[in-house]
Design a protein around this ligand. Sequence first.
Ligand SMILES: *Cc1c(COP(=O)(O)O)cnc(C)c1O
Length: 210
Amino acid sequence: MNRASFEALLKESGSAKIVAVSKSVDFPAVAALASLGQLDFGENKVQELQRKIIGLGDDFRGLKWHFIGRLQSNKINALLALRPTLWHSCESVAAAAAVDKRLEYDLPALLQINSANEASKQGVDSERAVDDYCQILESSRHLKLVGVMSIGAHTDELSVIKASFETTYKIFEKLQSKGAKICSMGMSDDWQLALKCGSNMLRLGRMMWL
Ligand SMILES: *Cc1c(COP(=O)(O)O)cnc(C)c1O
């Protein structure tokens, strides 16, 4: 993405934060985007996150790394050692407890909601989301829930994707009284729709690297 298209994207996304998902690219692409001022990056695998942080080295210490993928229990310690800026994909009360138990610093996190109720997708059911969120808030010492995350319905039908974003946004609204501030939804194919539905954090992969 060149400077002009990056600036156009910033303008269109307004106050929503952009997380550039770098799982499909290597160091030079990350460095090029960072040189345009992009500081927030996301990865969905712990090992790749580790490789990127080490490989980019001291010159890129200022980058903020988001973890957005499924977290296997045998990778928890490795992830925590990397001190991610935000864990987007806390998928259950049990996953929250497993991470909290190992935490020795405060880690901001989002509860992932399976708002399209897809069997293949991780996250809590939308009907349980508010209760689960409150339970995690109450039982965690160092894990700090600060909002919700969702992946739009896996379909070409805009109305179905929109409904899944609206479901997530309604849950987010209910949780604002509990301190929820971040609603992470929208990827390369559906970010404009997500913005209209109230997203304030976009996770953009493919489109950032064109
Ligand atoms: C890969 C990924 C993205 C970015 O997807 P694109 O379609 O490439 O924009 C966003 N969120 C999650 C959880 C991902 O795994």
